[in-house]
Design a protein around this ligand. Structure first.
Ligand code: MF3
Ligand code: CO
Ligand code: CO
Length: 257
């Protein structure tokens, strides 16, 4: 899980560093295929239930599952979520980030900031015996307090030897409700936060989900392992993950024994 997560994070960072006005989302797909391969991994999303690309690229009003296209060109002021899932050594790492292309409007910059903070607020409550509802409640509370809405139709998921596994992880909910998390479980936290209405619809391609009101949506995702005292994020970029100072890692190794 650590190796797969680290690979997915590295590919996401590789792509993120190359985004600029004029780049097509099809180019992002090529970068993801090449970079994933160079790390010895496979893009988990390619062909998943027929998904036609190696990566999801979701721009502006696209909530998630955007399909890369030659004609979908990044412009100054856009935001784009790049969602990378990598299989390596039989396990999966799933991570996404929303990138700003040059300067974006203050509203949109705030949306991106809140989306990242919502993910991190959801992750912060994870530990052995915490409830799934604790995650959703933490996310919903932050989004609401900032006047933004949380997408309800799509959620996080268990992850391991398959990209999508039980349980379903809602990004809304009630503290103290829902299944108990147990040390050793791996899940994703990946809230989609909308500037306007929470309502979404699916385009006729069967994949692309867009906001009902056309306003922008932002999303961030990490893969997280539950530990006895907290959590370990497998998809942090490697330079942000000094193993020697992460108490959760030590804790998990002990749990493994
Ligand atoms: N990586 C996506 C997620 O976060 C999976 C999208 S499924 C696909 O769960 F088929 F659209 F790629
Ligand atoms: Co996911
Ligand atoms: Co993902």
């Amino acid at each position: 899980m650590r190796l797969a997560g680290r690979a997915a994070a590295a590919t996401l960072a590789f792509v993120g560093a190359r985004l600029a006005p004029g780049i097509s989302t099809a180019q992002i797909d090529r970068w993801v295929r090449e970079h994933t391969k160079s790390l010895g991994g496979k893009p988990s999303q390619l062909g998943y239930h027929g998904f036609p690309a190696a990566v999801c690229t979701s721009r502006n009003n696209v909530v998630c599952h955007g399909i890369p296209k030659e004609t979908d060109i990044l412009e100054l002021g856009d935001i784009v979520n790049v969602d990378v899932t990598t299989e390596l050594g039989g396990y999966h790492g799933d991570t996404s980030a929303t990138f700003m292309i040059g300067e974006v409007s203050p509203d949109v910059a705030r949306l991106v900031d809140i989306a990242r903070r919502c993910r991190d607020a959801g992750i912060a409550v994870i530990r052995d015996n915490a409830r799934l509802g604790d995650i959703g409640a933490a996310i919903e509370e932050l989004a609401r307090s900032e006047g933004m809405s949380v997408v309800r139709e799509v959620g996080g998921h268990g992850i391991g030897r398959t990209m999508h596994a039980p349980p379903h992880v809602n990004h809304y909910g009630t503290k103290g409700a829902g299944m108990r998390l147990k040390a050793g479980m791996a899940i994703t936290v990946e809230p989609m936060i909308n500037l306007g209405t929470a309502r979404i619809r699916t385009l006729s391609d069967g994949w692309t989900m867009v906001t009902d009101d056309g306003k922008p949506s932002a999303q961030f995702e990490h893969t997280v392992i539950v530990t006895r005292t907290g959590y370990e994020i497998t998809t942090l970029p490697s330079d942000e993950r000094p193993l020697e100072v992460a108490p959760q890692v030590v804790d998990m190794l002990e749990t493994d024994r």
